[in-house]
Ligand binder design. Structure first.
Ligand SMILES: Nc1ncnc2c1ncn2[C@@H]1O[C@H](COP(=O)(O)OP(=O)(O)OP(=O)(O)O)[C@@H](O)[C@H]1O
Ligand SMILES: [Mg+2]
Length: 254
């Protein structure tokens, strides 16, 4: 389990996250949903140890993450930020191989095993034909796939993805959500920020709903996804019906 206790974040005197307490269930897919600016990206960054101004505690299987060094933490938990910055001129294969950095010896060379992992992930994500292309020449969707491949190469038990479906057409969104499901079946625990609430309900076991830096609700979609919640959190008038394919709640905005 990943436990977050009394987590607060201030940016230049403004409180963005206030005393959050939450648990990310192990072995599940958790969706983090909430309106623009409510603090989702800040929460993921704070969990991954990327925010100096964060106070509170994040523990993974009882271990305080702040006590681990950068490499140790990067072997437990990976994060794909909302707008990752691509280093100029690097190829897809180089980007994917960065995922192996936490495993490199002090000489910094990829082992045969690391190389094999990189090739396997490139193949798995359908990037074989683009492997030698500079990442900054790819389309938005192709680039997103390259970043996901890097995260897969990092091979951590916990994976945090901030809006991974942005830039993807609907077919590729579904393909990515299926890939997330596959990763989960292989034992990964995922936390995914999504704006498509119906995809969140369809693919995720657990929902964390945020509003103005606080948690409004956290439980399974079946238990908490209702029109009152959507009104309270998103100021959205919507009706909830049963998704006939997934047998999960689904919202229709009015
Ligand atoms: N580096 C920063 N300095 C100052 N304020 C920041 C900083 N980063 C984020 N904020 C503010 O913190 C609040 C939460 O931002 P955050 O990026 O976490 O929101 P979000 O829920 O991810 O939104 P979105 O859905 O638009 O991505 C916003 O009001 C934002 O303007
Ligand atoms: Mg965000």
């Amino acid at each position: 389990m990943l436990h977050i206790e009394n987590l607060s974040v201030n940016y230049t005197g403004k409180t963005v996250l206030k005393d959050l307490n939450l648990t990310i269930p192990k072995g599940k897919i958790t969706a983090l949903i909430g309106p623009n600016g409510c603090g989702k990206s800040t929460l993921l960054k704070a969990i991954s140890g990327g925010l100096k101004s964060a106070t509170g505690q994040v523990t993974l299987a009882g271990r305080d993450l702040s006590r681990l060094n950068h490499k140790e933490r990067a072997r437990c938990l990976s994060i794909l930020p909302q707008s990752p910055i691509t280093p100029e001129g690097i190829s897809v294969q180089q980007l994917v191989s960065f995922g192996r950095n936490p495993y490199l010896s002090q000489w910094g060379r990829l082992s045969a095993e690391d190389d094999q992992k990189v090739q396997q992930v490139i193949h798995q994500t359908g990037l074989s034909e683009l492997a030698q292309r500079p990442v900054d020449t790819l389309s938005g969707g192709q680039r997103q796939r390259a970043w996901i491949a890097m995260i897969l190469a990092q091979d951590t038990e916990y994976i945090l993805l901030d809006e991974p479906t942005t830039y993807l057409d609907l077919t590729h969104q579904i393909e990515l959500m299926e890939m997330i499901r596959q990763m989960n079946k292989q034992g990964k625990t995922l936390v995914v920020v999504l704006h498509d609430l119906n995809q969140a309900c369809r693919y995720c076991d657990h929902l964390i709903v945020m509003r103005q830096g606080q948690i409004s609700a956290q439980d399974s979609p079946d238990k908490i996804f209702n029109s009152r919640l959507l009104k309270e959190v998103f100021e959205l008038n919507a009706m909830i019906i049963n998704d006939p394919v997934a047998n999960k709640p689904m919202c229709i905005p009015l």
